[in-house]
Write a protein that binds this ligand. Sequence first.
Ligand code: NAD
Length: 418
Amino acid sequence: MAEDANPFESLQSQIDEAAAYLDIGDDVIERLKYPERVLETNLTIELDDGSLERFKAFRSQFNGDRGPYKGGIRYHPQVSQDEVMALSGWMAYKTAIVDIPLGGGKGGIIVDPADYSESELERLTRAFAVELTPLIGEDKDIPAPDVNTGQREMNWIKDTYETLEGTTEPGVITGKNLASGGSEGRVEATGRSTVLAAREAFEYLDMDLEGATVAVQGYGNAGWIAARLIDEMGATVVAVSDSSGGIYNADGLDPVAAKDHKNETGSVVGYPNADEELTNEDLLTLDVDLLIPAALENAIDGELAEDVQADVISEAANGPLTPEADAVLEDKDVFVIPDILANAGGVTVSYFEWVQNSQRFYWTEEKVNAELEAVIVEAFDGLVETIEEYDLDNPRTAAYVVAVQRVADAFEEAGSFP
Ligand code: NAD
C-alpha cells in the first residue's frame, strides 16, 4: 500500500477539481477545504497489569452547515490528525451527495486494538467518550463505527455519555446494536450501497452484472458484505483479501465460507477452496469486471493504477485511490464510483437510525433497505446527470460538483457569523 499520499491533501485537491466547474468564490471554497475544529486529546488508561498507557486521539468537526457533524471513529495504529481531518471532510461531502441533513465529522484513536484486552478497550473507549461528551449530542455531533470499531464500542460511548449527562439519548451515536436502539440493516449498509452503486453503474455502462467477475480488497464489515451481496446478485467473486493476503479462484469463491474461515483463523488466507494465494497488489491488478477496494486509504497509487485492469471500481473504502491513481484511471476509462457515493450506505442508514431514535419508532429491515436503495439510486442518477451536463470524464469530479455546491448553498443561505 502506498504510504506517501496525504489524505487531507487528496481531499483538498478533489474539492479544487470540482470548484473549477462551479461559480463559487475562492473565499467560500477556502472555508469548505478545512475543518471547523479538531480536538486532539491524550487518553491515559490503566492496563490489566496495573500500569498506565497514553493514547493520542482526535475528533474533527469538518462542516456543520447542513446539519449535525456525523462520522465514524477509527482505531488503528496509522490514525493521524490529517487522516481524521480528511475522513471528516469526505463525510461532509458524502452526506451532501446523498442529500441527508447532516454534516461531516470523524474521530480516531492511535491504537492497534488487537494488542489489548476487551476490558482495556472498554476503558479506552470510555475515556475517549468522556473527552467527546462536551462536543457530541444528537443535535451536535453523532459518532458511528469505522475501521476496528463496531456495535460494542458504540454501546460503550452511548452509555458513558448518557451516564455523564444524566439522560437517555440513543441518537447521540449510531451503529448501536438493536437492543441499544440500533437500526435494522445498519451492519450491512456500507456493503449494500457499494453493490447498489455498482449495479447502477453496470446498467449505465450497458454491462451485465450476471456472471461479472469481482475482486474485493479488505474483508471486514464493508468488504465481506459487499462480496456476499454481489454474489447474491449473480456476479462471481473471484478474489478477496485482508491484511494478511488474498485468495483467488477463477470459478468463484463462496463469500460466506471465506468469511467463516476468516472468523475461525483470523484471515481469508488458507481458505481451502482457493486455487491460489495472492498479494494485495496482485488482487488490485486482476483482470476483473469490478474491483471493490474495501480496506484503507491509498490502496492504489499512480504506479499501481497503470496495471489496474478492472472496468469499474466501486470504492467501499474511503480514499482508496490517490489523486495520481485517479488521473491514470480516468485516462484508462475506468469508471470509478467515488467513495462519497459508493460507501454512503453506512451514513445513510446511520441517518435512518438517528431518525428512528428521535421518533422512538423503529422500521423493518425491508423498509430500511428499500429507503437506502432509493437514496443511492437517486444519488447515482444525479451523478450521471452532472457527468452529462458538465461533460465530465471523472465521476468523482461530478460527485464533488454536486456535493460542494450543496454545502456552499447551505453556508451562503445561513451567512457568516460573526
Ligand atoms: P473493518 O475493520 O471491518 O475491515 C477492514 C478490513 O481491511 C479488514 O479485513 C483488514 O484485514 C483489511 N485490511 C487492512 N489493511 C489491508 C491491506 N493493506 N490490504 C488488504 N486488506 C487490508 O473496517 P470497515 O468498517 O470494513 O472499513 C473498511 C473501509 O470502509 C474503511 O476505509 C472505512 O472508512 C470504509 N467505510 C466503512 C463504513 C462502515 O460502515 N463500516 C462506512 C463507510 C466507509
